[in-house]
Write a protein that binds this ligand. Structure first.
Ligand SMILES: Cc1cc2nc3c(=O)[nH]c(=O)nc-3n(C[C@H](O)[C@H](O)[C@H](O)COP(=O)(O)OP(=O)(O)OC[C@H]3O[C@@H](n4cnc5c(N)ncnc54)[C@H](O)[C@@H]3O)c2cc1C
Length: 529
């Protein structure tokens, strides 16, 4: 994507004035540096938009969208901004970015009918804070990035992590939505779409809520989302395994997933484990340990857990090429014992049980302020493919062959590869290749990094060649996923959703897009539409 800079031209002055009248001047950003910042994501930079708006109610959002598209200007919805697939990156400077983070209220918590309705700019960490003492939580309750990631962003691009190994990706939690389409109309999906009906249920005729899940914001801007709640189970424990080979990790994680055992399952290769555990200073370690201690069932359990971590926590990573970590939840210790036993039966044939540090830390501190770079400040990019278990080994062979082809260039440009893994429900394996490389940092990264940590980073020179190699390998990995019959969430503008898609289905999605966005002004390019 080009780095074209564009100042607002005077022909847009009346649009800006109109937006200021609708939203208030404080909610319309025209400063050039700020506009440039909002035009980049974790990985890429697009043309600088004319303005960034920050509506704080759906009514204002609706009026603002009508004004923008009425002026023939494109709209780019943005949540926490924590994606890296060009999802909200402008395709033209004749556009306005909609920052939804001021629409961040919790509208209703209903523990009788088991739902929570929130404005789309609400983060997952805010929801967790609001629900943690109420004995309930959404069935999908956030990605690792949930301190910044919003419900609207996760629903639009499709996310996994908390709750996903049991229930599936973010969309499974959505019962209904309120969506502002390109002309400013507000569409309500799910049971609340009829007068006097609450948003408690999604399924009644064709699934319109599903239509807006994973749409990358191509079909409209989510203003509010209702999520299904479940009771929190009181006993939470984890198991961790080390594996000598990828084959062991894959088979172990797949076996536990097929039996529907863990609520969350994550796998890492040795490089990722070193980045996770090696880059944090003592203060962060103590903070993590303290959080783990506080999360213990009682003070003694907490102290015991902390001691195990302090004594054994980091040593195992030197011994295993791959590790996998399973979080299990149960109603009581009897149920937990049988659940842990079932995980052991599934995974023992493929690996060796190790100290369960990672699940304990992750659950104690689910939404940490994540680093967006490597331990010395290297640039970072993650990709992923969602594969059937039967094609994972073939995918691994293909990307290993790709890395082999690029070995010399990777060494030359100081590019390091790593991988992470998870399972989704009983039927999918998410393979996440990651690259770290020496390169200058973008403003986005500096803004989202603690200034004290920032001071410790190396300042790398711009590495244009390295960046090009990473971009080529990214494309190669996307192709490997496609050839192995895989899919993606986080489609954004980077993944080939329309490639060779069934003609009838493609026609249908294009007609839908034309219906809700006849002039192609709602996040143009997202989903490849
Ligand atoms: C450190 C780190 C950790 C991560 N961990 C995970 C993880 O565990 N699991 C995972 O799946 N992903 C993860 N991600 C990727 C990403 O953060 C998540 O997928 C997250 O859900 C994105 O939410 P967001 O609010 O930041 O969305 P954004 O990045 O702002 O937007 C994502 C997409 O949604 C659209 N969009 C945003 N808000 C709306 C709205 N209200 N209406 C319509 N469209 C909208 C945007 O146009 C864009 O296409 C991680 C990223 C980082 C940097």
């Amino acid at each position: 994507m080009s780095e074209a800079q564009a100042l607002p031209d005077t022909s847009h002055d009346s649009l800006i004035a109109q937006l200021q009248a609708i939203l208030g001047t404080d909610h319309v950003i025209t400063d050039e540096a700020e506009r440039a910042y909002y035009s980049q994501d974790v990985y890429n930079q697009g043309p600088t938009v004319l303005a960034v708006i920050q509506p704080d109610t759906k009514e204002k959002l609706s009026k603002a969208i009508a004004a923008i598209t009425g002026a023939g200007v494109a709209v780019y919805p943005r949540g926490g901004g924590f994606s890296y697939t060009d999802g909200y990156i402008p395709t033209t400077s004749n556009g306005v970015t909609v920052d939804t983070r001021e629409m961040n209220r919790i509208i209703e918590i209903n523990t009788e009918d088991m739902y929570i309705t929130v404005e789309s700019g609400c983060t997952w960490a805010t929801i967790e804070e609001a629900l943690k003492d109420k004995g309930v939580r959404p069935v999908f309750w956030g990605p690792f990035s949930g301190l910044n990631a919003t419900v609207g962003g996760s629903m639009s691009q499709g996310s996994v992590t908390y709750g996903s190994s049991k229930h599936g990706p973010s969309g499974v939690a959505a019962e209904g939505m309120e969506i502002v389409t390109a002309d400013g109309s507000i569409v309500t999906t799910g049971s609340a779409g009829q007068p006097g009906h609450s948003p408690f249920f999604r399924h009644y005729g064709p699934d319109l809520t599903g239509l807006f899940c994973n749409d990358a914001g191509a079909l409209g801007i989510k203003a509010a989302v209702t999520l299904r709640l479940q009771r929190r189970l009181p006993v939470v424990m984890g198991l961790s395994y080390g594996f000598e080979t990828f084959d062991g990790l894959h088979k172990g994680m797949a076996a536990a997933a097929r039996d529907g055992l863990p609520t969350e399952a994550f796998g890492f290769d040795a490089t990722v484990m070193k980045v996770f555990t090696g880059g944090q200073g003592l203060a962060q370690d103590l903070k993590t340990l303290f959080a783990v201690g506080m999360a213990g069932r009682n003070i003694f359990a907490g102290l015991w857990q902390m001691m195990k971590i302090a004594v054994a926590g980091k040593r195992f990573i030197d011994k295993a090429e791959y590790t996998a970590h399973f979080v299990c939840e149960a109603r009581d210790m009897r149920e937990m014992k049988s659940l842990l036993e079932a995980v052991r039966v599934a995974v023992d044939p493929h690996g060796n049980e190790i100290v369960n540090t990672v699940p304990a830390v992750v659950r104690a501190y689910p939404f940490p302020p994540f680093s967006l770079v490597g331990t010395s400040g290297e640039r970072w990019l993650a990709m992923h493919g969602i594969l059937p278990f039967s094609r994972v080994a073939e995918f691994k062979e293909r990307i290993d062959a790709l890395y082999e082809r690029y070995a010399a260039k990777m060494e030359q440009h100081k590019i390091v590869k790593a991988s992470m893994f998870t399972t989704i429900a009983t039927n999918a394996f998410l393979y996440e290749p990651v690259f770290y490389w020496d390169d200058s940092r973008a403003a986005f990264i500096d803004r989202h990094t603690d200034p004290e940590i920032l001071k410790k980073f190396t300042t790398f020179m711009p590495n244009e060649e390295g960046r090009k190699v990473v971009a080529e390998m990214k494309q190669g990995i996307i192709d490997c996923v496609y050839v192995c019959g895989g899919t993606h969430m986080q489609i954004g503008k980077a993944y080939p959703y329309t490639r060779e898609r069934d003609a009838g289905a493609l026609e249908m999605i294009k007609s839908l897009k034309a219906h809700v966005d006849p002039h192609g002004l709602m996040n143009p390019g997202a989903l490849g539409l």
